[in-house]
Every structure is written in structure tokens, then in C-alpha cells.
Design a protein around this ligand. Structure first.
Ligand SMILES: [Zn+2]
Length: 364
């Protein structure tokens, strides 16, 4: 289990980001795809709820990809999800623990793992990806994906059987192929829903209060064990489908993987994110895109039977220990992967080959 780290303000070095600039239409930049901009809004009318009309009005014209047929987020109808044995054990996150960079993008809280060099976002973000400093690699259906960052939306963007949750995490990956660096293509997201509970989430508390309240970044000296956060959720399986970025430019071809088991978050933790979002976005304290039509997409899911999808404290304690072991094994696995350059090169090719039968991987 992670220890709860009490953070004194002086433990962080708060740095203002480089001067912000407007993103150009469709500008490819993986690490800035959720970058804040006033040219699009979640809502201009309600301060507490996403507004579909406002989103259509401010997103669809400037960012035509947002009018696509395979957009995110979606509502998952569990009765219509197709149990797919091939998905069982096909998701293997292997996230490394480094000195993290805590970021308020102006849209949400984001955690970037650095090694341990500071970088200015977004102008030199590509360099961070290209410097071969791995933040971890996850195996997703036979492909090797590089982990980039995790960020949070409140309330959740994806819904399950019409139920919206108070918080959703997005662990953003990209297929391990150098030709993709700096683009929004071949992305994969591992998403986690949170249920509200009186007890606060100790894993989030390890760094949550250190996240800057204003756009900017803070270096953070404590290791954040993201692998341990995900590991307890893995045994319950997940849903998988093809979608898009949930912010402009809404690029499609994103492989979404939503964990069936949910984590927990307390009101205090939610409030901190809401206050930050409201401060940056004219008092609007939410940062979720409205649910998009599923259209002809198939929602697949693992065959894992789950009786209780809420992570209990007991199972969290038990499985986090498993997670720690997984992390150790994962670290060893990544080390082996680093040493086996051939394996790194084979990963993208294997995934590209399998993509031939999955047109939703095509770039748009
Ligand atoms: Zn997101």
C-alpha cells in the first residue's frame, strides 16, 4: 500500500508554464491534446453541468473531427456489451514510478511522470516523448503502448447504463512507434471510474493536494505508484471500444479500455478538482464532454464475472499488495523489454498487422 504523504507547501517547486498559445486546428501534439483554450467550452450557461448545445456550438465548427461517427465519451449498455474471451488478460499496464510532474492544464489535473527533467508544455512536449525516457509500457491486445500521462475529469465522461460517476481517470498511452510521436494517432486510454465515498482515496491523497490550483506545474519529489492504483481494478475486467479524444481536436482511432471495477473518491478530493476547474473556466466547475452516439460500434468486454464492481477497502488492501508484486514483476518486465531492443521493434509491427482487421485503428 502507498503511504499517505503529508505535503508542506515548500515541498513543491511551483513553476509557471511557458506562455500559453492557442492550439491550431487539428494541431498534433499528444501531450497537449487536453490543453486548455477558451475557444471551446463545456458549458456557457450552467455552472455545474455540461451543456450539449454549447459544446456543439463551440467545438464542431472549428474542430470538424468532433462531428465524427466514433466519438467519445459514450454510455455503455452492459446488456449489449459483447463478452470477448480474447480480451481476458489482454490488458497489462506496466506503469513506472518516477519523480512526477504535477500539472494543472487549465482543464484538469494531470500527472506526468518525468525522469526527472522538467519540461515546458506544450512546446517541447514532443521532446519528452522522443527522448526514450520510458514512463512505462502497457500491453493492450498484443500491442505495446507507451504511457504518457494520467488526468481526471469531473464528473465522469463515460457512463455505464446511464449512470454518471463523480470522477474519471484517463491513463493516456500511444502505440510504441517512433513515427507516431507528436501525433494524436494510435492512442489508447485506460479509464477508471470513481464512486463517491466518505473515506478519501489514499492513493490520490498521496499527491492530490500538491496539484497546482492554477495552470502550471509542480515538481514532486515523492514517487507515485500508479501501477498499484490500477492493479486492484484489473481482475474485474474491462470494456473496450474505439472512440476519440474527448476534447478538441476529437481525433478518432483511440482504443478505450474502461475498467469494470470502480475506485473511490471523497467529497474533499472532488471539491479540490472542482474549485480548480471553476477557477480556470469562468466558474464552470465541470470538465466532461457530453455522451456521444455509439452508432455502429461494438462495445466488447472481458468475460470476467464480477459480483461487486466497487472496490472494497478489504480487497483494495489485499490486492494492492498483489499490485506491489505486479509492479516489481512489471519493472523487471520493462527492464527486459528495454534490453531486448528487438522486442520493442516487434511490438508495433505486431500491432500494425493485427490492426488490418480492425479498421477503427485507421487514422482520420
Ligand atoms: Zn481525458
Amino acid at each position: 500500500m502507498l503511504c499517505i504523504v503529508s505535503l508542506a507547501p515548500h515541498s513543491c517547486t511551483l513553476d509557471r508554464l511557458m506562455p500559453r498559445r492557442e492550439l491550431l486546428e487539428g494541431e498534433p501534439n499528444i501531450l497537449s491534446y487536453h490543453q486548455g483554450t477558451d475557444t471551446w467550452v463545456y458549458s456557457s450557461k450552467s455552472k455545474t453541468a455540461a451543456n450539449a448545445a454549447d459544446q456543439h456550438a463551440t467545438w464542431d465548427g472549428k474542430y470538424p473531427l468532433c462531428r465524427g461517427l466514433e466519438q467519445s465519451p459514450i454510455n455503455i449498455k452492459t446488456e449489449e456489451a459483447v463478452a470477448t474471451p480474447a480480451l481476458d488478460r489482454a490488458l497489462e499496464p506496466r506503469l513506472l514510478t518516477h519523480v512526477p510532474l504535477l500539472v494543472n492544464t487549465g482543464v484538469y489535473f494531470e500527472l506526468d511522470l518525468t525522469t526527472p527533467v522538467h519540461y515546458a508544455r506544450p512546446t517541447s512536449a514532443d521532446k519528452v516523448v522522443a527522448d526514450e525516457a520510458s514512463k512505462g509500457t502497457s500491453r493492450i491486445e498484443g500491442g505495446t503502448y507507451n504511457f504518457y500521462q494520467v488526468h481526471w475529469h469531473t464528473p465522469s465522461e463515460n457512463t455505464v447504463d446511464g449512470v454518471q460517476y463523480p470522477l474519471e481517470a484517463h491513463y493516456v498511452h500511444q502505440l510504441n512507434d517512433t513515427s507516431l510521436v507528436g501525433t494524436n494517432n494510435r492512442l489508447a486510454v485506460v479509464a477508471v471510474l470513481y464512486e463517491e465515498s466518505e473515506a478519501c482515496n489514499a492513493d490520490l491523497d498521496a499527491f492530490w493536494d500538491a496539484l497546482p490550483m492554477e495552470p502550471g506545474s509542480a515538481a514532486y519529489a515523492q514517487p507515485v505508484d500508479l501501477q498499484a492504483m490500477l492493479a486492484p481494478l484489473l481482475p474485474a475486467g474491462y470494456f473496450s471500444w474505439s472512440g476519440s479524444l474527448t476534447t478538441p481536436p476529437c481525433t478518432e482511432g483511440v482504443v478505450w479500455n474502461l475498467m469494470k471495477r470502480r475506485s473511490k473518491v471523497c467529497p474533499r478530493q472532488l471539491e479540490r478538482l472542482k474549485q480548480s476547474v471553476a477557477g480556470m473556466r469562468g466558474g464552470v466547475d465541470i470538465n466532461n464532454r457530453v455522451v456521444q452516439p455509439v452508432n455502429e460500434r461494438t462495445i466488447r468486454m472481458t468475460t470476467t464475472a464480477t459480483a461487486n464492481l466497487v472496490l472494497s477497502e478489504e480487497s483494495a488492501a489485499t490486492e494492492s499488495h498483489s499490485g506491489s508484486r505486479l509492479l516489481m514483476l512489471g519493472g523487471f518486465g520493462v527492464l527486459v523489454a528495454l534490453l531486448a531492443g528487438a522486442a520493442w521493434r516487434l511490438g508495433p509491427r505486431a500491432a500494425s498487422a493485427s490492426a488490418g482487421s480492425r479498421p477503427y485503428f485507421e487514422c482520420v
